[in-house]
Design a protein around this ligand. Structure first.
Ligand SMILES: Cc1cc2nc3c(=O)[nH]c(=O)nc-3n(C[C@H](O)[C@H](O)[C@H](O)COP(=O)(O)O)c2cc1C
Length: 168
């Protein structure tokens, strides 16, 4: 059985916390790496990849990573965002990530909210481009919380089990 990789891009630690929860839930041989230390996906039978939503989209570094995922690679995506769960803004970023990884075999996706510092929120909310999501973001202050991390573990285990053992 090939190894599983959890790769992530995280600026302030929220996506890293979700990546660590996902990593904990996995069985078998596994690695966890920030995006900058992810050289090749060759050894991995399954890759989880996570990023924070930025400016309604996928951050540039994450975009570069997703474009390089080889054809047929089994991939599961996760992201964190300040906007409300299920809001179209964060869903659109996730949908764009799916397009970027178009050649991969995408097995599923997970998202949850992630806090911003009051300083960042105050700064970003002054820009019209960020108005819509910053209005929602103050209530993300406790996320990712225990429930988010629990759900991330459940997501990871389900994907891993289905991929390597056909659901058993
Ligand atoms: C510059 C910047 C832009 C952001 N843009 C968005 C956005 O468009 N939509 C959104 O829901 N959250 C946005 N966020 C909030 C982040 O997605 C959220 O805080 C995330 O959990 C950060 O993850 P990290 O700690 O792994 O970097 C933005 C945050 C920053 C700093």
């Amino acid at each position: 059985m090939k190894k599983t990789l959890v790769a992530y891009f995280s600026q302030t630690g929220n996506t890293r916390a979700v990546a660590e929860a996902i990593f904990e839930a996995l069985h078998g041989e596994k690695d966890i790496r920030p995006i900058d230390e992810t050289l090749s996906l060759e050894d991995y039978g399954l890759v989880f990849f996570g990023f924070p939503v930025q400016s309604h989209s996928v951050p540039y570094k994450a975009e570069v990573f997703l474009r390089r995922v080889p054809a047929g690679q089994a991939l599961a995506l996760f992201c964190t965002h300040g906007s409300l769960h299920g809001h179209h803004l964060s869903q659109e970023a996730l949908e764009y990530a799916l397009v970027l990884a178009g050649k991969a075999k995408v097995l599923g996706s997970f998202d949850c909210r992630g806090k911003l510092s009051m300083k960042a929120l105050d700064f970003l909310s002054k820009s019209p481009e960020h108005q819509e999501w910053t209005d929602m973001a103050a209530s993300a202050a406790t996320h990712p919380d225990d429930k988010d991390l629990h759900e991330a573990r459940e997501f990871a285990l389900k994907i891993w089990t289905t991929h390597f053992h056909g659901g058993y």
